[in-house]
Design a protein around this ligand. Sequence first.
Ligand code: SF4
Length: 237
Amino acid sequence: MYDPVKRAEDVARIVCRGDLRKYYRFRPARFYGGIATADCVGCCLRCVFCWSWREVVRPGAYGRFYSPEAVAERLIRTARKKGFERVRISGNEPSISREHLLKVLERIPGDILFILETNGILIGHDETYAVDLGKFKNLYVRVSLKGTTEEEFSVLTGAEPDGFKLQLKAIENLYRAGVQVQPAVMVSFSSKENIWALRKRLATIAPKFKDIEIEEVALYGDVEKRLQKAKMTPTSR
Ligand code: SF4
């Protein structure tokens, strides 16, 4: 087991250089009704169902360094060209390079919504991160919870169970900082009872968080093989 905050520091030493961050792809994507996407390299978790596993496990081997200016410029250019109203950083974990992320956000015009897809670990660990993000009105944060309990989180990510508390804390910190935030939950390995218990737990932050966005495992690439190796079977609903 590993400490995900410590892992974030270790990975940052590989994928961040000052305010530069490693990316492996820029693309228009169909999600959210059309969104310009920059796929970054490096994550502080190792989810068994991760669809961009290659960059998670070998962050040194993939991608190139880009400045915040270059990333923002590519995102805006793609959005304008395709008529999209949304942009995002996806692929791995955008929050690992705080300085880079904030500088990209500063460059996104107010008529474009930036969707931050994050596991929330670092935002839960340091509430000032949420305060910094609260300065951007065109920001929407989707915190992707890995399972519904501390135990499930640990089985799915291989990380220490308390990392799940950091994920929940991120939602609380963001909500308090006035950021638009939505919890999404990977439920493919969870019982109905555990999902219900999580809804109640989230409602203690704010009643609206009882309405979670459901995520199901997608068997892209070698995900199925990894699940078989880990002897994990998605729950049928
Ligand atoms: S948090 Fe996301 S990018 Fe990181 S390992 Fe999990 S699924 Fe992959």
